[in-house]
Design a protein around this ligand. Sequence first.
Ligand code: PLP
Length: 464
Amino acid sequence: MNHDDLNHWSKRAADWAREYHRTLRDRPVRAPLTPGTLAAQLPGHAPETPEPMDRIWHDFETLVPDALTHWQHPRFFAYFPANASPASMLAEQLVNAMAAQAMIWQTAPAATEMEQVMIRWLARALGLPDDFSGTIHDSATTATLSAVLTMRETALDWRGNQDGLSGQPRLRLYASAETHSSVDKAARVAGFGQDNLVKVPTDTQHAMKPGALAGAIAADRVAGFLPAGVVLCVGGTGIGAVDRIRDCIAVAQAEGLPVHVDAAWAGSAMICPEFRVLWDGIEAADSVVFNPHKWLGVQFDCAVQFLRAPGRQIRTLGLRPSYLETPGDDDITNFNEWTLPLGRRFRALKLWFHLRAYGLETLRKMIRSHVAWARACHDDLAALPGVEMVSPPVLSLFTFALREGDAATAALLDRINADGRIYLTQTRHQGRFVIRVQVGSFNCRAEDVAMIARVVRDLMEVPQ
Ligand code: PLP
């Protein structure tokens, strides 16, 4: 295949994509498959000789779309969204065509400089002060790991990087049980050990108790641990828990500890000034992550980390061997030094296309609609006999269960997802199996969200 063939097949792909998206509502949201179904249809070896593209295309059409869960389906209400606006898809096509590797400024000046400008645009769009800079990672997990590694090295005055962790003081990290498992992973990978991630107690609103945080840090110091940092959440994955950012940061600052805030999902809503009360005090955070690839609508992958003083993260993660130097320009920004991988994609282009093609006002309207529709859906479900609302809407996320108990709730969820009209997923909250509903698909309409209560009502009536 050469570039002339690519041109031909790209047009086919564009036509296919339009048809796929036009007919998405007719497909079941979740792949109706058992594990192993697709693999069983593929040969065990790569071909020795070229295969015609017609045949490859035919196999794609017959095997792949029906074996996918459709994340861009307007009735995808599971997990959190991984949206992909058409404008951001177009930018990704151009990124694919240029196939630049943006590891240092010199290898992709446009990527580096556009990333700097997009970080500024987004900080302003979210109401963050201008002293935040930042970078774009593949995922919130990488951003949180980068922040936690920086906390570790700051606490150890960079001796961990130099000498290793053996013989260093025992480090501690603080978060509530409502934070995403990426914080647990960061604690493991950064060498804290899972047991040294202290799960600080929460109040009746599931927010970390600032007094309990202060108490845990004080007790750890007495016991000989070295507290290194605090991770707070705004919009936890399970039920959307929100820590009291201002109060918890005040505690951390009094202890001289840095704070990383995980707003991977809820951060997008901060383009609406009325929702910023949820992260009141955020301007004092050291690091904040949010995923434009979730609710804002930018194609996966795109995780933004804002940093107030990037120097500590660069000192922790940055390496500049001679083969990565830009002779004569020591102060140049090389974004690989702000993160873990050396190789980097040109992710800022899709932000640029997306923000310009829709404009912030359109995106605010979308998010406000999702929040309003989620509340209406919550009330529709609450009116169904046998349904118990477990956690109230936080932005556009809430949970419910059947009064009959966990087994009945789990069976209902199975029936919902086998039915295919909508897709919902579960979490455990205070020991209970509950069903999560989040509204955030870029293409959903009020009637798509209204269907949730209808499907639940229909399927509750199915005899067990
Ligand atoms: N933080 C929160 C609150 C999340 O909901 C998620 C994933 O859904 C993550 C972090 C991890 O995100 P990523 O897949 O970008 O690593």
